[in-house]
Design a protein around this ligand. Sequence first.
Ligand code: CKP
Ligand code: MG
Length: 310
Amino acid sequence: AGTVVTFGEALVSVRSAGPLAIGSPLTMHAAGAELNVAVGLARLGHAASWGGVLGDDELGEFLLRSLAAERVDASRVRRDVLPTGVMFLEARTPDVSRVFYHRKGSAGAQLTPHDVDRLLDRDLAWLHLTGITPALSERARAAVLHAAETCRRRSVPFSVDVNFRSKLWSAPEAAEVLPRLIEGAEVVIGSPEELVLVAPEGKTVEAAAAELLSRGVGEVVAKLGAAGARAYTAQGVFTAPAFPVRAVDTVGAGDAFTAGYLSARLDGEDADGRLRRGNLLGAFAVGQLGDWEGLPRRDELGLLDLGQGE
Ligand code: CKP
Ligand code: MG
């Protein structure tokens, strides 16, 4: 059946219980958008592989250990003398959290097109990319554009989660690169604002979706947060509500949605089924501290069933 592959920068996310400036207690989690998606897919039983560059340090060891524990193949990871990146997630107040990256000049940004060639040299079922990787460095940008190009050439289906990060690059910079990245993608996922960013002519999410579909994107998926998600496809527009759950940590919800959506897509589910599983994984993710810790195994997919689950 082949492997679902994804790559990017994995980070150690350090979450605080309160304000950082007063030295609040910290907990350590494995994170990074692509790692989150790989874990989500592996939990559901898909053969998933994550690639990237990790520091030859204790934080890199921690990330490898986390990937192994979650049965994500990391056999093509490269180690580098530069440090593994860190992200602080500060609970400044119970309602306001802030993100601080310590990732400039990190190992993760050293990814090259050659790393991508090594990673993709196998039976590929699907490749998942995000708009974070091209924001990391010149070589990471070249690597991710090369990966998309390889998929187009080999006719391997691929997805892109736009994941615009304003702390890494500006909207005009992203708008210059991301439309090239998503060309020919089977699935493009983002918030309404992110979808508008990658469709040069589209001013609303509907116009952006129509533009992307007309330019050969297979389907466009808008994540609407608590309002659920909507898929724009050649067969029409489909909408599915979110699962009403209590949220303790919303970071990682987008990646969880993506993992659920792609999992259902790989299982051959229709648009309603894909959206439902995306929303379901998002609901599992927000219920637990950490980006992916709360995600379900396949036998747990019915746990949140409130009349709309699977
Ligand atoms: O869009 P999400 O909240 O699902 O993404 C969260 C991840 O990779 C998080 O793990 C963080 O490390 C990052 O996005 C990032 O680089 O911002
Ligand atoms: Mg996101």
